[in-house]
Write a protein that binds this ligand. Structure first.
Ligand SMILES: [Zn+2]
Length: 280
């Protein structure tokens, strides 16, 4: 039992030391992804049950790619200690495109186009699956598309741009094959290799060091992410609100836009199947 307690303590300390890796997907029910998804899905007329199913699908890329199954580590007692089954840990299954991240050395415009096209592929797959009444696969694909879309707002400089340059960038968010404008900046992904080479994230910095780095125009994760209102960028205020809140609101608006794009492309009866989907 003592060993278990020590292990649990070490895991908690480790988890707390990790930077956030996108809008949070944890704990289920009260995180940024869940809030954004619920607001957009309710606007699209999804039932409570369908909203819950879609929320789980949106959380999936984070949970599958960046977490460890506690059942493998400590069995039932461990699960009770954490009141969860999952713990954050960047994993080897991490794929930056699913989170609108950029690889080291990769130009932002290249990463943007690749992540955008992956997101649109998932959206189109949702349309295709819903058109043959395969609701389960349609929701899975919608979850992938919405996750990436939501992460785009927390991993890019979209909220930092003035209205005109932001509109220019958002216009090509749904235009496959169109090159990103030069103002597009995407954050560097947290995990760049498998296994991660040295440590797991970027080196720890003081706030002053971080501000200096970011003022110099760095496109590191630290300098771009608005994952939470405690991140360096996320807590900055613009027009009286945090950039985290601004990113979350834009992500909500665009999640609703993507759902509307799907609705327009499927038969009314198939859309109703999605609206009334019940978690299996
Ligand atoms: Zn993510």
């Amino acid at each position: 039992m003592r060993a278990l307690t020590l292990l649990a303590g070490a895991l908690v300390a480790f988890a707390a030391s990790l930077p956030t890796l996108g809008f949070e997907s944890f704990p289920p029910g009260g995180n940024a992804h869940d809030t954004i998804t619920a607001r957009a899905a309710r606007r699209a007329g999804l039932s409570r049950s369908a909203v819950r199913w879609l929320q789980a699908a949106v959380r999936r890329p984070d949970l599958e790619q960046m977490s460890v199954d506690l059942t493998l580590l400590g069995g039932r007692r461990m699960l009770r200690a954490f009141r969860t089954e999952q713990l954050w840990m960047p994993g080897c299954r991490y794929d930056r495109l699913d989170h609108f991240d950029r690889a080291a050395g990769e130009p932002s415009a290249v990463a943007f186009a690749a992540a955008r096209d992956r997101m649109l592929d998932a959206r189109d797959r949702a349309v295709e699956r819903l058109s043959v009444q395969d609701v389960e696969e349609a929701i899975r694909a919608l979850g992938d598309a919405l996750h990436a879309l939501q992460d785009f707002f927390s991993h890019s400089n979209a909220v930092d741009l003035d209205a005109e340059r932001r509109a220019e960038l958002l216009q090509i968010l749904y235009a496959r094959g169109v090159a990103a404008p030069p103002q597009a900046k995407l954050a560097l992904g947290i995990v760049e290799a498998c296994p991660p080479p040295r440590g797991l994230g970027e080196p720890a910095r003081t706030l002053a060091e971080a501000v200096e780095l970011c003022d110099a125009g760095s496109e590191s994760h630290l300098c771009l992410n608005k994952d939470s209102d405690t991140s360096v960028q996320g807590r900055l205020k613009s027009n009286g609100r945090s950039k985290y809140a601004a990113a979350r609101d834009l992500a909500t608006e665009h999640s609703a836009i993507l759902l509307e794009q799907v609705r327009r492309r499927v038969a009314k009866s198939d859309w109703v199947l999605l609206q009334q989907a019940r978690l299996p």
